[in-house]
Design a binder for this molecule. Structure first.
Ligand code: DGL
Length: 271
């Protein structure tokens, strides 16, 4: 089984991208909706919450866990890999944990023609400077222009992102970025993919958008091709299970509003 984790509904965009490309595997999605947003929390708290989530997914039998959250990928991934995968006493040494940051950075580094990349993300991700650090490794000297958009995640969790008020807020967030003329914009928070079309429209035709679901799915496919020993361990039945730390009915109603039909298997869990 493949585990996919996010602070809330953001990781569903990644899960959709992945299951479109790799429908044959079994998936367990965990949204920590009861404790979102992670983007305004301290690094210590993000590490603690992410550890609890990853451990929960490991216990449920996931051989591979994807942290479908940029805030957790930029603030907690290294610590968590250290604790569970590199510690000889860990019962989960043979499992794998992947983040979402590197595939997206690699894609943007190839796409940018004018060496000017914009990043929209949570406050925590911007403060970690992870995008800038990783982009500089691939394209030294590149200009990285970052903008935190802290109001977007709560609007999306409430399914208010299709309302005109949300578009107004987005427009305001993008104004300073637009004046810096990036040629590529990274959606550096998995929640923001729900607004991908609006980002594209507001940034204009000269800016390419790096939207994580497609990029992460492609990168996972290549990863599994390179690691048949891991691929072999993944169960194949096309099953999708959903878990949330908040209300399962609320989860269902978000899913129906966003993607249509009800999910078959959704329950509330405590971490
Ligand atoms: N979806 C998460 C991300 O990609 C964070 C949302 C939050 O602030 O909880 O960064």
């Amino acid at each position: 089984m493949i585990g996919i984790f996010d602070s809330g509904y953001g990781g569903l965009t990644i899960m959709n991208g992945i299951t479109k490309k790799l429908p044959q595997y079994d998936y367990l999605y965990l949204g920590d909706n009861g404790r979102y947003p992670y983007g305004n929390r301290s690094k210590e708290t993000v590490i603690k919450f992410t550890e609890q989530a990853v451990e929960h997914l490991f216990k449920a039998g996931c051989r591979l866990v994807i942290i479908a959250c940029f805030t957790a990928s930029s603030q907690a991934l290294r610590e968590i890999q250290e604790k569970y995968l590199r510690n000889p006493k860990s019962p989960y040494k043979d499992r794998k944990i992947l983040g979402v940051l590197l595939p997206v950075v690699e894609k943007a580094a190839v796409m940018s023609k004018k060496n000017r990349i914009g990043v929209v993300a949570t406050r925590g991700t911007v403060a970690s400077n992870s995008f800038e650090i990783e982009l500089q490794k691939l394209r030294p000297g590149i200009a990285v222009l970052q903008q935190a958009c802290p109001l977007l995640v709560p609007l999306i969790e409430e399914h208010w992102h299709e309302k005109p008020e949300a578009k107004m807020i987005l427009k305001k967030y993008l104004r300073p970025l637009k004046t810096m003329h990036p040629d590529t914009l990274i959606l550096g928070c998995t929640h923001y993919s729900y607004l991908a079309k609006d980002f594209k429209r507001l940034m204009g035709k000269n800016v390419e958008i790096v939207d994580p679901p497609e990029v992460v799915a492609q990168s996972l496919m290549q990863y599994l091709e390179r690691h048949p020993e891991i691929e072999k361990q993944l169960t194949k039945g096309g099953k999708k299970i959903f878990e949330t730390t908040d209300n399962a009915e609320k989860f269902q109603s978000f899913w129906i509003q966003s993607f249509g039909a009800k999910v078959a298997d959704c329950k509330k869990v405590t971490l």
